[in-house]
Write a protein that binds this ligand. Structure first.
Ligand SMILES: Cc1cc2nc3c(=O)[nH]c(=O)nc-3n(C[C@H](O)[C@H](O)[C@H](O)COP(=O)(O)O)c2cc1C
Length: 159
């Protein structure tokens, strides 16, 4: 479906936080930059991440039922570049990883993490809303979260 140029321009005025969404399926791990992320319930604590259906991470979250949100800080631009690399090996090379309850990778250099078990997924257009219950979370260091304003561009879901 053709999206009107004015619609695209308006969508580019939205603001988001920036995260590395990680997941694990068997021995395989992966991570991707994600910005369509929000809290959706306080008790139980639920968050959602919206992933386009053609992402490899989409398949992994669907099949494994786990993901973690690693909250990027303003000084994590190195991680943003790394997670644009094509393979999981390249993305995670040299990065200090931990695991908590679900086994999804927790990235030590970020400012906070939320380890989640998938409780619901809703197909929505060309993306899927994955809703996860936070089973473990913590702050890793002081820091100001990175937003789409720091990144300079807005993910509008185009490709
Ligand atoms: C700033 C930024 C934000 C992004 N946000 C999302 C997002 O919320 N959902 C999504 O599906 N893709 C998003 N992407 C695109 C994915 O990070 C990208 O397609 C990634 O290569 C997918 O990795 P995978 O195929 O290994 O899972 C974003 C990319 C950037 C640069």
């Amino acid at each position: 479906m053709e999206v009107k140029p004015n619609t695209i321009k308006a969508l580019e005025k939205m603001t988001y936080g920036l995260y590395i969404l990680t997941t694990k399926r068997g021995k395989e791990i992966n991570g991707m930059i994600a910005s369509w992320v929000s809290q959706v319930s306080f008790s139980p604590p639920l968050v959602m991440a919206v992933i386009r259906r053609n992402r490899y991470s989409h398949k992994m979250v669907k099949e494994s039922g786990v993901f973690a949100l690693n909250v990027l800080g303003k000084d994590n631009s190195g991680l943003v570049s790394k997670f644009k690399l094509p393979t999981s090996e390249e993305k995670f090379k040299g990065i200090r990883l931990e695991t908590k309850t679900t086994g999804a990778p927790i990235i030590g250099e970020t400012i906070a993490y939320m380890d989640c078990k998938l409780v619901n997924s809703i197909d929505t257009g060309d993306h899927t809303i994955f809703i996860g219950e936070i089973v473990d979370a913590d702050t890793l260091k002081d820091g100001i979260p990175m937003t789409s304003l720091d990144y300079g561009k807005v993910y509008i879901g185009k490709s």
